[in-house]
Design a protein around this ligand. Structure first.
Ligand code: CU
Length: 361
């Protein structure tokens, strides 16, 4: 059994030794065979695109759906010049593991067959707990898989809603902070209202021994995890991942929906989009009740989710934040870039905008 919490794998030990000997550099770390996923050359781009989610299903009766997932431990890019050893969920047909795990989309009444393979090269046991499941451990009890094993279970999606899934093998907080979380959407009967664009964003915390901004191969800190003092806060797995070329993109006149979840493991998010108002908010991921209207900021607990919708009237860059804003300086910032004609009736500046960081991404 490998269920005993293990905070420092052999690879991390090698890195610590190398660091102590002054040998550590990112290129060397990337070539360490103990770290690399088979076929991966060096640290992978770990951040999942916010646009990477399945299209809404056609209106249909409940049916049987299969969800095929694999757990993979892999070196990924945490920040510019910094890597981290992530633990992840990936779809079996995805080439590269990403954080968060794949967006799973079913409808209420579906019977869902879950298969979870733990990659043979894993050091740890892993499992999966879907908050959409009615049953022991949300499926976690049935899916504890040793490296190389495949486990599974079948559940009926009784409740619509937007739900978190995560690994729950002890120490669950460690598995989650290392990247083992995602969202499952259980569509209500008849589906959700049509929007022009949908996005998938999740918030997480990473507890590194090294201070925020350090270069090289960063390693996890048990003490900081227990003290709930992360060095990094991340949207979609990596610091500042959803900015620049990886920003969310839309056009003036479009309606957008953001599926937002908090993997955590520990912190509640005060989710806010600077310069926008949530026209409709599906609070707590509840898709059965009428949405709230005209909301500025919504609290999303660790292990919780919300969906927000708004129409884009004015072009520009809109920042996604947790309004506990110290976290923005620790990597927790995203951007929605909106193109299109100016709309001076709704918004106009009296002078040209200053070239601040927000305006020049
Ligand atoms: Cu795990």
């Amino acid at each position: 059994m490998r269920s005993i919490p293990k905070l420092f794998g052999s690879a991390a030990t090698v890195a610590l030794l190398a660091g102590a000997l002054g040998m550590l550099n990112p290129a060397a770390a990337g070539n360490d065979a103990a770290h690399a996923h088979p076929g991966a050359a060096g640290p992978v781009d770990i951040s999942r695109s916010a646009m990477d989610l399945p299209a809404p299903p056609a209106k249909r009766a409940p049916q049987k759906v299969t969800v095929n997932l694999e757990t993979v431990e892999v070196d990924g890019k945490l920040a510019d010049g910094a890597t981290y050893h992530y633990w992840t969920f990936k779809s079996v047909d995805e080439q590269t593991p990403k954080v968060p795990g794949p967006f799973v989309r079913v409808r209420v009444g579906d019977t869902v067959e879950v298969k979870l393979k733990n990659h043979a090269d894993s050091a740890m046991n892993h499992n999966i707990d879907f908050h959409a499941v009615t049953g022991p451990g949300g499926g976690g009890v049935a899916t504890v898989a040793e490296p190389g094993q495949t486990k599974g279970f079948t559940f009926k999606a009784l409740n619509s809603g937007l739900y978190v899934y995560h690994c729950a093998v002890p120490l669950a907080a460690q598995h989650i902070s290392n990247g083992m979380y995602g969202l499952i959407l259980v569509e209500p009967e008849g589906g959700l209202p049509k929007v022009d664009r949908e996005f998938y964003v999740m918030q997480g915390e990473i507890y590194t021994e090294q201070a925020f901004g350090s270069a090289g191969e960063l390693t996890e800190s048990y003490e900081k995890l227990m003290a709930e003092q992360p060095e990094y806060y991340v949207f979609n797995g990596a610091a500042n991942a959803l900015t620049g070329a990886n920003a969310l993109k839309a056009k003036v006149g479009e309606t957008v929906r953001i599926y937002f979840g908090v993997g955590g493991p520990n912190k509640t998010s005060s989710f806010h989009v600077i310069g926008e108002i949530f026209d409709r908010l599906y609070q707590e991921g509840d898709l059965s009740s009428p949405p709230l209207k005209s909301v500025q900021t919504t609290m999303v607990p660790a292990g919780g989710a919300a969906a927000v919708e708004f129409k884009l009237e004015v072009p520009g860059n809109y920042m996604l934040v947790d309004h506990s804003l110290s976290r923005a300086a620790r990597g927790l910032i995203g951007m929605l870039a909106v193109d299109g004609p100016a709309n001076p009736e709704v918004y106009r500046a009296h002078q040209p905008p200053a070239q601040t960081a927000e305006n020049v991404h």
